[in-house]
Design a protein around this ligand. Structure first.
Ligand code: PEP
Ligand code: MG
Length: 762
């Protein structure tokens, strides 16, 4: 195709003069937008022209009309402002044009769009004053890049179109709002619509089931007070045997899904079943003439009261185990007993609060999705739910409280929406998206074993692991090791402190799967917003600056002692094991931590009567105080692992979980960048490995910066690995060093952003 001539654009502008006639010729608003995209595509000799409109309500850009892309994607492609090239145009309110869109770090691939062939991209914001309206894009298949005259023409065009498009948008949104309001208020055939925020992405469909934490007591009471119980001695024996089998089956299932607790949780249940004073008392009750269901309920109540009377939280928690066991037994004794409120398999669970101890039920019950109403969401619950790939939204709507259980819910957690008893249109949409999602999953390309820069320098890509179940993906994607294993998860997902033995099993599992690969085990990083209920700590006014991490471990020395013993024992046959301490603040603290490791190694050597090799001991670099002392730390630590999440939080005094200051949480603040460069430089000079494991490491804007300042290991959540590998392959060492130098030469955030933007082509 010949390059369009600049004078063509005058024709375009002239045609725009006829906007009112386009509008009058269109049957409806959609028809108007369709005509606009056709006209612009024709005048700019573009293969594709699309309009994305901005929804105030949701903060999303929605594809509303296209010439050239798949029409069935209209209304379905939605992306937040700032996401993808289109989102970036609206976020930065400036035209963006690139020659190879797919190589751009901000490129967002939608398989359902069919845009692979159209690499030459130009997007222009549509705005009226400060009002954001949307984005107009044009794309070409061939290599004729857009000239600046064309960019100017598009700007002029969108300025003229803005008013008409804004009107169209408002009308269309009013129409769709109306639908939503109608649905909510009338709950007609089209069902009820609930708006929320996404907490864990994905789609799911299933019956609505309410999560009530304690229905068991009522059921048990009913059985205890029932004048007529059922079941003889044989029935009780059969129920005991079947329950035992159920528990074993569940234990096996947990083994793959949440191996860190599998061995721990049901052992207690099984032991209780074997306990003569527990089952024996049931038999004694039957000797007195009571039926099996009554005997189970009476004994269960006795034990529940016993445990609940304890002054220790972890003993009180055991009361739930008894309730759970008793209900399982009753279910086997009485088929009418539905164990109501506990059958979450395939359901969309509606909860008002989720505690870490609920994670077990979520994992085991195979819930399809979760809607959390109102209640707060702690960061570890959302991390676990995401790690388990369960879609979840959080909503303030209380509509769900009035809906009966069993209604069909379609959960679209990618957009934060839930539809109750949806009409055929939504159901069809759900099925289509599910099919697309499965296809994308199947097409997920695996990674090369080694990651090299364009000039052949080796970079090591490692995985951040929270739950052992994430190891499968990491290994499938050829992660070269685990760069951060957050050991706090086995502590968080259970109601009491895991013993040394229990931890040993978990760490051994991890290390066994890693074989000779490296694995960086971080000691307990609890406290702050990850407080463990069973550690008795006074509430703190400012937990982020309080008893967190290694400070907490030093206060609870026996907890640290047990953990380090478990780690060192598990690492006996694991050559790649490294130990690291989080939130190290002073050299003195690091020395004390290292000393503890040496003492425990000595203790274990004596027990094993053989010299135990001490693994490399390093530190998480997360506090500003480490920058000034970088060389001193590098001289003593065996390695650095930079936790940018906390480093930014503390360097800039911005709470990383506080939405109202999120704009101040700026990873590319010049002070952050320079601090990181000094840390990496000190590690390089001292000849110790330095990796980055905070979230900055998975952002392709920062990846070349890290390599440029000397970092050779990056550790990211497994699903980011392919993108990071692709990014590194595009840069040479010289280019990355230059990019880093350019970034480090800037004093303001705005100037840093200019350098980033100038390099976005990469
Ligand atoms: C970090 O602070 O960057 C980090 C990786 O640790 P966490 O996110 O677990 O605090
Ligand atoms: Mg941290």
């Amino acid at each position: 195709m010949a390059a369009p001539k600049v004078e063509d654009h005058f024709g375009l502008l002239a045609d725009i003069g006829a906007i009112s006639s386009i509008l009058s010729e269109s049957n409806d608003l959609q028809g108007f937008l369709d005509r606009v995209v056709n006209m612009v595509a024709e005048h700019l000799h573009a293969d594709v022209c699309s309009i994305y409109l901005y929804e105030d309500e949701t903060g999303m850009l929605v594809l509303c009309s296209t010439h050239g892309l798949r029409e069935d994607a209209v209304g379905k492609i939605r992306l937040p402002v700032g996401d993808g090239l289109v989102g970036k145009v609206l976020k930065e309110l400036r035209p963006i044009w690139v020659d190879r869109a797919s190589e751009h770090p901000d490129y967002h691939y939608f398989s359902e769009l069919g845009e692979d062939a159209y690499e030459v991209f130009l997007g222009v914001p549509i705005q009226r004053g400060i009002e954001k309206i949307g984005v107009l894009t044009v794309q070409r298949r061939d290599r004729h890049r857009f000239e600046s005259a064309e960019v100017q023409a598009m700007r002029a065009l969108t300025a003229q179109l803005a008013a008409a498009i804004e009107t169209a948008r408002t009308l269309m949104q009013v129409a769709s709002l109306q639908v939503a309001v109608d649905q909510v208020e009338s709950q007609t055939e089209s069902g009820t619509f609930i708006k929320g925020r996404k907490a864990s992405p994905g789609y799911a469909m299933g019956p609505l089931v309410r999560f009530t934490r304690n229905p068991a007591i009522k059921i048990l009471e009913a059985y205890r007070d029932d004048a007529k119980g059922i079941g003889d001695k044989e029935a009780l024996d059969r129920a005991l045997a079947s329950t035992q089998q159920d528990l074993r089956d569940m234990q096996q299932e947990l083994e793959t899904k949440l191996p860190e607790v599998a061995a721990l949780i049901f052992e207690a249940h099984l032991m209780m079943l074997k306990d003569r004073s527990f089952t024996g008392e049931m038999q004694d009750e039957m000797e007195k003439g009571r039926e099996a269901t009554k005997a189970v309920a009476i004994v269960a109540f006795k034990y529940i009261q016993l445990f609940e009377g304890s002054k220790h939280d972890y003993v009180r928690e055991k009361a739930h185990d008894v309730e759970d066991l008793a209900l399982r037994l009753l279910k086997h004794l009485d088929d009418r007993q539905e164990r109501s409120g506990q059958d979450w398999h395939g359901a969309i669970v509606v909860a008002h609060e989720l505690l870490p101890s609920d994670i077990l039920m979520i994992t085991l019950a195979d819930v399809a999705g979760i809607v959390l109403c109102g209640g707060g969401l702690t960061s570890h619950i959302s991390i676990v739910v995401r790690a388990l790939s369960i879609p979840m939204i959080v909503t303030n709507s209380n509509l769900l409280d009035d809906l009966p259980e069993g209604e069909t819910v379609v959960l679209d957690a990618d957009e934060g929406n839930a539809y109750i008893n949806p009409g055929p249109e939504i159901l069809e949409k759900f099925t289509d998206r599910e099919a697309l999602r499965q296809k994308a999953e199947e097409q997920r390309t695996s990674m090369l074993e080694k990651t090299l820069t364009s000039d052949g320098e080796r970079i090591t890509l490692l995985a951040n692991i929270n739950l052992l179940s994430e190891l499968d993906l990491a290994l499938d994607l050829n992660a070269e090791g685990v760069g951060l294993y957050r050991t706090e998860f086995p502590f968080l997902v259970r109601p009491s402190l895991p013993t040394e033995e229990e931890q040993f099993l978990v760490y051994s599992k991890l290390l066994k799967r890693m074989d000779s690969r490296v694995a960086y085990l971080r000691t307990l990083d609890a406290g702050g917003d990850k407080m463990l209920p069973y550690l008795e700590v006074n509430p703190e006014p400012n937990p982020a600056l309080g008893l967190r991490s290694t400070r907490l471990a030093f206060k609870f020395r026996d907890v640290l002692h047990a953990q380090l013993r478990a780690i060192l024992r598990a690492g006996l046959d694991a050559p790649g094991m490294h130990v690291m301490f989080p939130m190290i603040c002073s050299l003195d603290e690091f020395r004390a931590a290292r000393q503890t490791v040496s003492e425990i190694a000595k203790e274990l050597s004596e027990e094993h009567q053989q010299e135990l090799a001490i693994p490399p001991v390093g530190m998480m670099v997360e506090l500003p105080s480490t920058v000034e002392l970088a060389s001193a730390f590098a001289a003593e630590a065996d390695f650095f692992s930079i936790g940018t999440n906390d480093f930014i939080q503390y360097m800039l005094a911005v709470d990383r979980n506080n939405a109202s200051v999120i704009d101040y949480y700026c990873p590319h603040h010049p002070a952050v960048l320079r601090g990181l460069a000094r840390l990496a430089g000190a590690a390089e000079e001292a000849g110790i490995p330095c990796s980055v494991c905070g979230e900055m490491a998975h952002d392709t804007k920062y990846v070349p910066f890290f390599v440029g300042i000397g970092v050779r290991q990056l550790s990211v959540d497994p699903h980011y690995l392919p993108d990071i590998q692709k990014c590194i392959q595009k840069w040479s060492m010289a280019e990355m060093r230059q990019y880093a130098q350019d970034l480090l030469g800037q004093d303001s955030i705005a100037d840093v952003e200019k350098v980033i933007d100038a390099n976005v082509k990469k």
